[in-house]
Every structure is written in C-alpha cells, then in structure tokens.
Design a protein around this ligand. Structure first.
Ligand code: CP
Length: 355
C-alpha cells in the first residue's frame, strides 16, 4: 500500500514498473479511466508557484472523473494569518481524498504527511526533492526512447545544488546500474555528496567543467534552470547565470539520437532555436507528466491511507538538531524531532541533511 509519495524511493522498482505500465495504458486508452476517481477530490496545496505540476495534477484528477480544490499562493488562505502547516493539512484533509503539496521549505511534504489522514504527494519541497517530476522524466525516457535505464551516458547540467528535480532523479537512478553520469556545473552549484554516494555504487560518475567536454558522448542531457529563488542574494544568483547554455553550435557534435530533457520552466540555459530540434523532448516530457500523474492517483487512491502513523526514532540517541536553516524542523513549531540512519550516517528525516 502506497500511503504517501514523498520520495521516488517510497516505491520499490517493481512498484515503479507497474506504475510505468499503468501510465502507458492510460496514455493509450484514456477513456477507460474516465470514472476511476468519480467520487474523489484532490486538494492542490501550493505554497510556491507552479504551472506544470499543479495543472497536470488537477487535469489528471479531472480526467479520472474526480474534482479538485486548492490554492496557489498563500495570500488568500489562513496561512497568511499564521496557520501552521500541520493545522492547514489537518483541515484540508477533511475536505479531500488526496493532498498534493508544494512548499518552499525542505521536508515540508514529509511533515504534512505526519498530520494528514489522507495520502500526501510531494510536488516539490524547497531544494530537496520532486518525485513526480522524476516519474515524468523516467516515463519520457522509457516511452519515447524505449530505453532501459542502463548503459546510458547522462549529462546533468546547471543547478545541481538546489535543483530538486536533479536530486530526485539521482535517487531514482541509484536503483539502477551501469549508467555513466556527467555532472556539469560550477563548483558552487555542484551536486551534494549524499546524492552521489548511493549513485556511485553501481554507476560511473564524471565531473565535467563544460558541456563541450562531453556532449558527443551523451545519450541524454538533462538541463536545469539556476534556481533563483533559493539564493541568499540576487548578486549570488547573478554570478551563476549564463554559464551553461545549450545552443545549436554545441549540438552539432552531439549524437543524432540524443535526448534533450528539461523539467521546465527554462530561462536562458537552452537557446530558443533548440526547441525545434527533434532531439528536444522537453515539451513532450511536460505532456507525459499528465499520464504518469494519472497513474499515480489511480494507485494511491486504490487502497488509500486513512489513518495517521507517527514514526519513531529507531532508538537512536543524539542531541544534535538539523542545522539546515531551510529545513521544516527549523521553520515550523512543534514538529517531532526525527532522525534516521543511512550508510552509517545519521540524517534528519525531513530534509535528509547529515546531523
Ligand atoms: N517542472 C516543474 O515542477 O514545473 P512547475 O514548477 O511549473 O510545476
């Protein structure tokens, strides 16, 4: 039973493969699923802006015959009067069967799941994770390129520090083996070590300073936007922009069957003329997000969570608190201190920072 979807790795590989097949079937036969969620309501609880994730989840629920409620931005809600995340979630759960939440703070979706008796889906928590984008990415690679997730050369370029879509993608690829990753970023925006640790057990890792250095080797290039909203200052952000731009000239040396992906929105990291290149699949990728999210809603509502379950700390005694200032444990009051161990490291359960 899938209680909540906070991390792509809440699914086993076999559950993901089932979901993938369901997504394909929904894509081919959407009308067969038109009343799957006839009596269900999806609450879209978006504390941060979104176009694709919010609308595709709402559209997914409508196409499954259900209904949607929700907000996009908190100014018209009681969050602006100081209501806590926990209280908001407890209340919204009374009016809905599934909550899709996006929040600027890391670990917020997990925290929400502790207080919601209905399933919670993480639609992006700060610079941490974005698991349904990863489902979209893998669905795109599998469906459009008929690729098995092994033996691929994958370039990941841009903001690898704050890019939550990158973090979720790397966690997912850690379940596979035999791929080579080329990380292309400035040293300041390099991918955090914890995402590399699990990936490198069964895959090769290469740090690349430029796109030119590796473009001819790649099967997939996953471009990302510099996450302006995560920087402490505009000045720091400016120092990181305009460094990696994928244009026609660079693509001359790329493979003919290269796949160019981007979670979108894009800024200047892909030149507009690339949109017409048949290798650019990012708009198709956004479209496919609808079908895999329909599949996820079908699965999560098949046998839904109806009770709360507060996890325990597995008898780990430690006095340290999470030092990540953008972790929900440091921004919301009265959350339980929760920690976990992973490869001999003690991590904050919410944001997965090492304590
Ligand atoms: N890829 C993605 O999360 O896009 P939105 O921010 O528009 O939802």
């Amino acid at each position: 039973m899938l209680r909540d979807l906070i991390d792509f790795n809440d699914l086993t590989l076999s559950e993901w493969e089932d979901l993938f097949r369901l997504g394909l079937d929904i894509y081919d036969n959407p009308k067969d699923y038109g009343d799957y969620c006839g009596d269900k309501i999806l609450a879209s609880v978006f504390y941060e802006p979104s176009t694709r994730t919010n609308f595709s989840f709402q559209s997914a629920m409508l196409k499954l015959g259900g209904k949607t409620i929700g907000f996009s931005g908190t100014s018209s809600t009681s969050v602006s009067k100081g209501e806590t995340l926990a209280d908001t979630v407890k209340v919204v759960a009374n009016y809905s069967d599934v909550i899709v939440i996006r929040h600027p703070v890391e670990g917020a979706a997990y925290a929400a799941s502790l207080y919601s008796p209905v399933p919670v889906i993480n639609a992006g928590d700060g610079g941490h994770l974005h698991p349904t984008q990863t489902m979209t990415d893998l669905f795109t690679i599998g469906k459009l390129k008929n690729k098995k997730m092994t033996g691929l050369a994958i370039g990941v370029c841009g903001d690898l520090l704050y890019g939550r879509t990158v973090h979720s993608l790397l966690k997912a690829f850690a379940l596979y083996s035999g791929n080579t990753f080329y990380f292309i970023s400035t040293p300041s925006l390099a991918v955090p070590g914890n995402y590399i640790d699990s990936l490198k057990k069964n895959n090769n890792i290469i740090i690349s300073e430029t796109i030119e250095e590796c473009i001819d080797k790649l099967d997939i290039i996953y471009m990302t936007r510099i996450q302006r909203e995560r920087f402490d200052s505009e000045e720091e952000y400016r120092k990181q922009t305009g460094i990696y731009i994928l244009g026609k000239e660079k693509l001359k040396r790329a493979k003919k069957d290269l796949t160019i992906l981007h979670p979108l929105p894009k800024n200047n990291e892909i030149s507009p003329e690339v949109d017409d290149d048949p290798r650019a699949l990012y708009f198709e990728q956004a479209k496919l997000g609808l079908y895999i999210r329909m599949a996820l809603l079908v699965k999560i509502l098949e046998n839904p969570k109806t009770t709360l379950k507060m996890p325990e700390n597995n008898n780990i005694n430690i006095n340290k608190k999470c030092a990540n200032k953008n972790c929900v444990i440091n921004t919301e009051e009265n959350l339980p201190d929760l920690i976990k161990t992973e490869s001999d490291k003690i991590l904050c359960v919410y944001c997965e920072s090492e304590l």
